[in-house]
Design a protein around this ligand. Structure first.
Ligand code: COA
Ligand code: ZN
Length: 321
């Protein structure tokens, strides 16, 4: 049962500069990426995923990762994360002084191989090395892709996912993101997995990462909230998707999500008008319209002038009364 939130604090992470831009066919030049991250830094987001330190052959759109990291102005209170697929990526990211290494693997063997060209076991073994490298230098978050379903293997039930969560936690990783890579989760499933992971690993700092591929992202956010999740990834304008997952499309849209949560009485810490300014700057950057609704409709506090005919009617009614 949904309740008014009473100002409960939530933590919003924007992943547009990474998850958003990685799938765009245009290369957004480095200066414009830096300007986007700097603008996002001024909105009150808790974390920004700035880029990924991946192979430039795999993800050409983010080949300038080191220059972007070097160019941004870091705002106090904002964490700057980068996705890394392997030890080499972790070394490159650490050299750029990221606050958080977001290591990634998939719950599904097929997607792990398609995306990262290695087995899940190989990914886990790289995670172990990365934890050692990062000690004292950066936090480590593990993103578990396809945690709700895989475009090659279908839906994932909770008991198929929990063993991988256990193994990640056993490496000493304290932050975990459950990722619905191609928008396969439904709210019942989202609630169940989030609740199961929380119960089994109460000390893990959990984030939920939903894609809106089938229009269920915000519904899944509500379900995750009901399961006690307090941290959410989302992407400005609803950009995003994994280039190695067939049918992938954008994340939950940050500004739509923040608007919904604020309407419900949550404290997101985000300055919505400032976030909307960032969202409006995106279409010219990527050269197409975006999925976000709020940029088109405005917040629900928006008011329109009454049409003239209706004004006359109201005046008429007033005169009769
Ligand atoms: N950063 C930069 N270059 C890297 C790298 C990294 N993290 N990891 C590997 N490389 C380079 C190697 O140095 C090698 O370069 P060379 O051809 O000049 O010698 C080349 O890439 C191939 O290395 P290899 O280890 O064989 O990698 P691969 O071709 O099997 O690719 C990954 C493996 C993980 C690097 C690649 O698949 C990848 O970057 N995937 C990321 C996918 C992604 O970001 N998906 C969306 C987010 S979920
Ligand atoms: Zn994603």
């Amino acid at each position: 049962m949904l309740r008014a939130a009473g100002g409960k604090r939530l933590f919003i992470h924007d992943v547009a500069p990474r998850d958003g831009l990685q799938i765009e066919p245009v290369f957004v030049d480095t200066a414009r990426k830096i300007a986007l991250v700097d603008a996002l830094s001024r909105t009150g987001l808790a974390k920004i995923e700035v880029t990924s330190f991946t192979s430039p052959k795999a993800i050409p759109a983010l080949a300038d990762a080191a220059d972007v990291m070097a160019g941004i102005q870091r705002a106090p209170g904002v964490e700057y994360a980068a996705l890394v697929p392997n030890v080499k990526g972790a070394e490159r990211a650490l050299a750029c002084r990221v606050d958080e290494l977001n290591v990634v693997m998939s719950a599904s063997e097929s997607h792990n191989r398609a995306n990262l060209r290695m087995s899940r076991e190989q990914s886990l073994s790289q995670f172990a090395d990365i934890v050692g490298l990062a000690r004292g230098a950066a936090a480590v978050n593990a993103s578990l892709s396809t945690a709700f379903g895989c475009p090659f293997e279908g839906r994932f039930e909770t008991d198929r996912v929990l063993p991988w969560v256990d193994r990640i936690a056993a490496l000493g990783i304290r932050r975990l993101t459950l990722c619905d890579t191609t928008g396969m989760a439904d709210p019942a499933q989202a609630q169940q997995l989030c609740a199961a992971v929380r119960e089994r690993h109460p000390h893990l700092v959990l984030t939920a990462h939903f894609h809106d591929t089938r229009g269920m992202a915000l519904a899944n956010v509500l379900a995750a909230l009901e399961a006690g999740i307090e941290r959410f990834d989302a992407s400005l304008g609803g950009l995003g998707g994994c280039p190695f997952a067939p049918g992938a499309s954008g994340n939950a849209c940050t500004e739509d999500m923040v608007h919904m949560l604020q309407q419900m009485g949550y404290d997101t810490g985000v300055d919505l008008p400032a976030l909307l300014d960032c969202a409006r700057s995106l279409a010219p950057l990527v050269g197409h319209e975006l999925a976000g609704q709020l940029v088109k409709a405005g917040p629900s506090s928006r008011r329109y002038p009454l049409p003239v005919a209706a004004t006359a009617q109201v005046a008429g009614v007033g005169a009769c009364a």
